[in-house]
Structures are given as structure tokens and as C-alpha cells.
Design a protein around this ligand. Structure first.
Ligand code: ACM
Length: 698
């Protein structure tokens, strides 16, 4: 991207924020834009501002403890990092000169809990900022808001005058990370916990076991991790370290051991638990597989009692997730002993058999003082009302559970592995406006979780699949339901995305590294241009188009490409403005011409680049598409500018080119085709009475 273009986009994203917050000390500022994610429950700006300079100090009032002190120390470090000011370390005495007072009433829950009070209040005037919270977790949430409030102009850094009163809409706001399909490092988890805290998420759902890997050490049954993990698992010490790290940030850790299906990796070391004889090997493919624990044998429950008791002692959270999804029961159908058992006990089908399994599991969890949570499939009348339903199927399933008296959380709509735009996730509400639940029933809807299924992510790429889109989900779960402006969400997402980098998140910077590795050169220009307007194919099409296994490198162009491709979003936005400027067609015209010309040039320049890097060969068909989209867009703009309708031949040739560019290759698809089509459509309509709509197809 040229500097000029980068600047145009930066201004598009932030212009109002800059003009809103840019007033100097002499002139009262107009009401600033809220640059916060998530948007607080209540924000009232005042015209004052609190200067942030090298004298900036923090003192505590009321309750203080190590967790609060550590949170304030992290706050100061990040403030220093952003401002390049050297601040006095440690806490100050609470006096007239202290710029920030953090006033906590008490510690809150010792173990982070769904019942934690996370509210806080921030009052900033010219003299002082006061952050007041009933608990340390509330104060931790408020410190994140303060960092997001930091602003600057030619007079220096400052916090705007504001009164914020804030609390979450839902108590359960999670991110699930599947560390089983692809293992994730301690560092990866820690930086993602930091990012979660930055957007006020409070549950790390740790998906620890799958067909493709068993990722936690078991001292009781060591063959689980020894034979089920390729040596990639978390030791008890590491688990404790993550739990402590999360607690420090007011985040609960809910472990998931997915049974009875999704369990191949358990059976590698303990085939006798399975419903077919085995032997078993670690699954390397993505998909749904047959292996399932045998729910009819007492030895299986004895084993699960031992294992789950060990895990219940390791994980302090009140809830334990038992998975329960996607067991098709094919092994059960084929096992004569299981069939005989069902007949004898009057268990009518596989659903009833799984319900029986779950009632046995529930007893084990209850004995260990845990509440059960599981995916939709565990909702069966046999189970008591104190289990939590984790809905991957949708709000209707969640509402049905709530009506029956079950607590539930939503993940349908929050599957961030499916490469949907942030706007898609943002539209998914656990309690939509048209919900017919009574207030009492609605209380059963505890919140939701983004789910990072890990078929196609490694520590190198996972941040870019989680962030910044998960910040939009975090906002949906924290902010009032009425906060729904998609454009403003994207504007703020761009701001928060930069702030996440200060926490070590790799979602932006790893793309450049991956492109350099592919190109084998510092100059990635043409490839970067291509990647800025394509996205990986959505939903589950990646595997169909470009099959790989869990052992394949995830280092291709598709892995470097990002959801919500920024160039495509910028182009689409500018086309909309340009076409709205009819019949002048001046707005963003030169920027569009520059962008389209760059596509033409990059398309041509990619050829030699691909010859030099065989790993790029798969994107060859996209280079022609990029050039042709550039050609077609430029020609359409030229027709519009001249006010001359294109010929029939041009329209026919253009349609063929656009149809070709709409086809995905290398599991990548151009996200700019609809906007180029709009240009072509507008050109086709030149001279026709408006607003008659004419199809672009001849
Ligand atoms: C799931 O997506 N099977 C929970």
C-alpha cells in the first residue's frame, strides 16, 4: 500500500475520532467519539482533560492486594509503551497530586466465578481520574477502559473528561481455544488471555481433548497424554500457570474433555475404553469420526471417575465441560454387547444411551463439586436443571433450553474458524430483540463464547483468526443490546486491533513474515496486494478445496490471508461513495484508479514471483483474475466519467471475466467482485432512465 492510500484509509477509519478528540486545552472539545471496545453501558463526556505526562502516578484506596497491584503495574507498563514516557514504578501515596485513584471495595471471589461483580465506574476531570469498583475484577475491567481512553494531540497525551458507569450485559463471555487439533504453546495462550482481558472477556474455555490429540497430562492414566499427543500436552504445572495467569486477569478457565465421541486420542493408550476393539491411532484428518467410549461397561466409568476427579482437582472452576457433541453412535450400533445391554435396560436408542452416559458422568462431577456443561446434544429430559447447555446449533435451541429451565450459552454465530466477517458475528445475539423469553427465562441465557476450532491454525496464525473479530463478539456480550452500528464497530475494531499488538498479539505482523517466507524476498508488494483483496473460502469449504491433514504445514497463501480483508473492505467502501456521487463520479475516483491500477500491475508482477517460489504456484489462476478485475474496474470508471455507455461486446466480455474472477482458487476468493460488479452495472445503466434497474448480464 502506498503511503497516500494508507493515509486515506486511516482517515476514513478515524477521522471523526480525531476531529472529535483533537481539541486543544484552550478550546472545549465537541463530544468525542467513543473509541472503546466494548462500548460501556453509560458514557458521558465532559469538556475537561487530564494530562498524562511523566508525573503520572496511581494510588489505591480501600482494598488492595497482589492481584490489583499486578494489574496496575501492567497498566503502567502499557501506558509507558504507548507514550514513551518513563513513569515512576510502584504505587503512589493517595494525595492531591495523584492522577489516578483506584478504589476497590473488596477482593471479589477468590476463584473467578460466573457470579463475580465486574462493574466499575470511571470519573475523569481535569484534576484526577477515579476508578471505583466493588471488586478487583471490576477494577481490572476499568483499567482496560482507561487504556482505551488514552488519547493525544499536539499538546501531549491525555485522558478525556468522562463519567463511565459500566457493567456487562452477560456474565459468561468466553473464548474457546481448541488446543487439540493443533497444539498451541503456553505463550500463545498467555497472549490470547491478555487480549481477552483487553476486551473484557472472562472465560477461557480450554478444549483439551479431541480425536486428533489428548493435550493434558494425567498422572493417573499417563498413557492418555503419552500416546495420545505426539508429546505435545500441558503438564499440571503448566495448567496451574495458565489458571493463575487467567485469574490475574479476572478470567475463568473452563476445561473441556469431549466424550463420548471425539475421543480417538484417548483410545490410543486405552483401547479397552472404546466401543470397538481397536487398535487406535491418533486421527490426522479433520471431520467427525466413529470412535466413542463404551457407555455400557463399568470399567469405563471407573476410569472416568479416576480421570475426571484428577481434572476436577486440577481446575478450580465451578464448571467442567464434557463436550458430548457429534457422537453418531456408529460403533455402538455395531457392537453386539452394547446392543444387548440396551435391550436389557430398555434403552431405546443412541440418544437415550448417551443420556444414560451423561447421568453417570453427572454423578462423578457432582461428587467432585462440579457443575456440568456440554454441547446442545446433552439436553435430554433425564438430566437435572443445573447443567449448562452450550449451544452450537443456535438461539432457538438456547431459548428452548431456557424455557425448560436450563442455563445456556451461545456459540452458534461465533464460530471464528469459519472466516466470516466480524459483522456476521456481531449480528448474533444470545438474546435477540425478538426473543419471546420471559424475563425469568431470559436469565438462564448466561452469554456466549467465540469458538476457535483448530483444524487450520497454528501458533503462527491463530491470533489472526481470533483477532480482531473476537473483539466484536466481546462487545456483543458486554455492551447493551442497542449497540449495533456495524460501521462504527469496524472503525473501533481497527483502533483496538493496533492496541492488541502492544500485548504481543501476532494477528497483524505475522502476515508480512509469512508473505516474505513465501516470496523468499523482502519485497512482497504484488503478493501483499493480492492478499489484501482475497479471503480464505468460508465455512467448511477449505478442506474440500484444498485437503490437508493435521500434520500439514499451514504456511500457504491461504494461511497468510486474513478474514475481513482490509483492501477489499476499503475498495468496497470507496465504490459505494463513488457511485453515490453520481453523476459527478468524483469522490474517491483517483484513489480507486490508483488501487485498480495496482491490481493490474501486481497481477502481471506476480508471474515472475511465482516462477521463483513454487509454493506460490497454486495462486497462478488468481493473478489473471487480479489483473482483469483491475482492467474491468478502470474501464467502468472511465465509461462513468465520460458518460458513455459501454458496448454490448464489452459487457459480454466483462461478464465472462467477472464470472471467472468469482471462482475460488487455492481455497481463496476475491472479496472485491461484488464492488467491481457494481461499477460495471452503473456503467451499463448510463443513459438509461434512473432508477430503473437493469441486469448486468446481457
Ligand atoms: C461442535 O461444533 N460440534 C460443538
Amino acid at each position: 500500500m502506498t503511503i497516500k492510500k494508507a493515509l486515506v484509509w486511516f482517515v476514513l477509519l478515524t477521522c471523526v475520532a480525531i476531529s472529535g478528540n483533537g481539541a486543544n486545552a484552550q478550546q472545549p472539545a465537541p463530544t468525542p467519539r467513543i473509541d472503546l471496545v466494548p462500548v460501556p453501558a453509560s458514557v458521558k463526556f465532559n469538556p475537561e482533560r487530564l494530562t498524562v505526562d511523566a508525573s503520572f502516578k496511581v494510588a489505591t484506596r480501600g482494598h488492595s492486594d497482589d492481584r490489583l497491584k499486578a494489574a496496575i503495574a501492567r497498566f503502567m507498563k502499557r501506558l509507558e509503551g504507548r507514550t514513551v514516557l518513563t513513569l515512576e514504578p510502584g504505587l503512589a501515596v493517595d494525595d492531591q497530586m495523584t492522577q489516578l485513584i483506584v478504589h476497590c471495595d473488596g477482593p471479589g471471589r477468590n476463584v473467578p466465578s460466573v457470579a463475580e461483580n465486574e462493574s466499575y465506574r470511571i470519573d475523569i476531570t481535569r484534576r484526577q481520574a477515579i476508578l471505583k469498583a466493588p471488586t478487583v475484577v471490576g477494577a481490572i475491567r476499568g483499567l482496560e477502559t482507561l487504556l482505551q481512553l488514552l488519547n493525544a494531540d499536539r499538546n501531549g497525551y491525555y485522558l478525556p473528561g468522562v463519567l463511565i458507569e459500566d457493567q456487562p450485559r452477560f456474565p459468561w463471555r468466553g473464548l474457546m481455544i481448541d488446543v487439540a487439533r493443533h497444539f498451541q504453546t503456553m505463550e500463545t495462550l498467555k497472549r490470547n488471555l491478555d487480549a481477552m482481558a483487553a476486551v473484557k472477556l472472562n472465560v477461557f474455555h480450554w478444549h483439551l481433548t479431541e480425536d486428533q490429540g489428548f493435550r493434558v497430562e494425567s498422572k493417573k492414566y499417563p498413557k492418555l497424554h503419552q500416546l495420545g499427543s505426539d508429546g505435545n500436552y500441558f503438564t499440571h504445572e503448566q495448567v496451574k500457570e495458565i489458571i493463575a495467569y487467567a485469574r490475574d486477569r479476572g478470567i475463568r478457565v473452563v476445561p473441556e474433555f469431549d466424550i463420548p465421541g471425539h475421543s480417538t486420542s484417548w483410545l490410543v493408550g486405552y483401547p479397552e475404553l472404546g466401543s470397538a476393539p481397536g487398535p487406535y491411532t491418533i486421527e490426522r484428518r479433520p471431520g467427525i469420526f466413529e470412535p466413542a467410549l463404551d457407555p455400557t461397561r463399568e470399567e469405563v466409568y471407573k476410569f472416568l471417575d479416576g480421570f475426571l476427579s484428577e481434572m476436577a482437582a486440577l481446575f478450580p472452576d465451578e464448571y467442567l465441560h464434557i463436550g458430548g457433541d457429534e457422537n453418531e453412535g456408529k460403533q455402538w450400533d455395531r457392537n453386539p454387547a452394547i446392543q444387548a445391554y440396551m435391550k436389557e435396560k430398555g434403552i431405546k436408542d443412541n440418544h437415550a444411551l448417551q443420556a444414560y452416559f451423561n447421568t453417570r458422568l453427572l454423578k462423578i462431577l457432582q461428587k467432585n463439586g462440579k457443575k456440568m456443561i456440554g454441547w446442545d446434544e446433552i439436553l435430554q429430559p433425564e438430566l437435572p436443571k443445573d447443567i449448562v447447555i452450550h449451544s452450537w446449533r443456535g438461539t432457538a435451541a438456547l431459548a428452548e433450553a431456557a424455557r425448560k429451565g436450563y442455563d445456556g450459552i451461545l456459540s452458534n454465530g461465533y464460530y471464528i474458524d469459519l472466516i466470516q466477517p466480524a459483522s456476521h458475528h456481531y449480528a448474533s445475539d444470545p438474546l435477540p430483540a425478538d426473543s419471546t423469553l420471559t424475563p425469568a427465562e431470559a436469565k438462564h441465557v448466561l452469554g456466549g463464547e467465540a469458538t476457535m476450532w483448530a483444524e487450520w491454525v497454528t501458533p503462527e496464525t491463530i491470533d489472526s483468526r481470533i483477532w480482531p473479530r473476537t473483539a466484536a463478539i466481546a462487545e456483543r456480550l458486554w455492551s447493551p443490546r442497542t449497540v449495533t452500528d456495524v460501521n462504527d464497530m469496524y472503525r473501533r475494531l481497527a483502533i483496538i486491533s493496533l492496541q492488541l499488538e502492544e500485548l504481543g498479539l501476532l494477528h497483524k505482523k505475522n502476515q508480512d513474515m509469512m508473505l516474505r517466507r513465501l516470496v523468499r524476498h523482502d519485497d512482497t508488494g504484488p503478493l501483499k496486494t493480492l492478499v489484501s483483496v482475497v479471503e480464505p473460502v468460508k465455512e467448511y469449504r477449505r478442506y474440500q478445496m484444498r485437503p490437508q491433514t493435521m500434520l500439514s504445514p499451514l504456511t500457504g497463501v491461504i494461511d497468510a490471508a486474513l478474514p475481513d480483508a482490509e483492501g477489499a473492505r476499503r475498495f468496497t467502501w470507496m465504490v459505494k461513495e463513488f457511485l453515490a456521487d453520481a453523476p459527478r463520479y468524483q469522490l474517491y475516483r483517483s484513489e480507486l484508479i490508483e488501487m485498480l491500477s495496482e491490481w493490474q500491475e501486481s497481477g502481471a508482477a506476480l508471474g515472475p514471483m511465482i516462477d521463483h517460489s513454487p509454493a506460490l504456484k497454486e495462486i497462478k489462476p488468481l493473478t489473471k483474475g487480479l489483473s482483469e478485475l483491475g482492467d474491468v474496474g478502470l474501464e467502468a470508471i472511465s465509461y462513468l466519467k465520460l458518460g458513455q455507455p459501454p458496448t454490448r461486446e464489452w459487457r459480454e466480455a466483462t461478464t465472462l471475466k467477472l464470472d471467472e474472477a468469482a471462482k475460488p482458487y487455492a481455497a481463496l476468493e476475491f472479496m472485491v467482485v461484488p464492488a467491481v460488479k457494481q461499477l460495471v452495472q452503473a456503467a451499463t445503466e448510463i443513459g438509461q432512465p434512473r432508477p430503473t434497474s437493469v441486469s448486468s448480464t446481457p
